[in-house]
Design a protein around this ligand. Structure first.
Ligand code: NI
Length: 209
């Protein structure tokens, strides 16, 4: 049975390839449309709220770190193998574009991994992305309070190795929140928003005024 199927003439293979290509394109367009509907840029909901965390120097940090500055806020964890590093690098690019456009923003990375992300871990991590990033961590409850304020979600995965209590990962939302000078969300960018688009959006909504 499978033997006859593998003897496709080359024309048939080409036609099938074209068909798969078309199907993939449709799926891709559908996927992008869906993800824009579900995960797209959101209208500002002015989310935010009080929290108490610890910064990478060990100092207490509250929602007051947002006072009088525009911030780019991301929730992730330092052991994240790919998504967080990619998104943080991208956030640095967005901040560069914001600066090129004559404005400024601070980058705040909040850990959703209270077990592994000590202030010392956070310091090593954020310093790898620049000398002025802010890394915040805390207890499970403190992190949950901060995440809830911005509707960031995360969930610990089962242990990959039952013998190793640290062999877990964490699934998390990947929004980049733009937080206004009053600590409230002014925009929510999906992961990978081009830097010029993000900078322009923040200018257009008056975030820097
Ligand atoms: Ni991550």
């Amino acid at each position: 049975m499978s033997g006859s199927q593998s003897k496709q003439p080359s024309g048939g293979f080409g036609a099938r390839l074209a068909l798969y290509g078309a199907a993939a394109l449709v799926a891709c367009i559908l996927g992008v449309t869906l993800s824009l509907l579900v995960f797209g840029e959101n209208e500002p909901q002015r989310r935010g709220g009080p929290f108490t965390l610890t910064d990478q120097t060990g100092a207490v940090a509250t929602e007051e770190i947002f006072n009088d500055k525009v911030s780019l806020l991301y929730f992730g964890f330092t052991h994240c193998p790919d998504v967080c590093p990619t998104d943080l690098l991208h956030t640095v690019s967005i901040r560069e574009k914001i600066r090129e456009d004559g404005n400024d923003a601070q980058i705040v990375f909040v850990s959703v991994d209270h077990e592994r992300d000590t202030p010392e871990e956070m310091a090593l991590y954020v310093e790898a992305f620049g000398d002025d990033l802010i890394g915040l961590t805390g207890t499970a409850e403190q992190i949950a309070t901060a995440a809830k304020a911005y509707e960031a979600v995360y969930k610990k995965s089962p242990l990959a190795d039952p013998e190793d209590p640290e062999s877990y990962s964490i699934i998390h939302s990947t929004y980049l929140y733009a937080v206004g000078k009053d600590g409230k969300e002014v925009w929510r960018f999906p992961s990978g928003t081009p830097p010029d688009v993000a900078s322009r959006r923040l200018i257009d909504i008056g975030a820097f005024n």
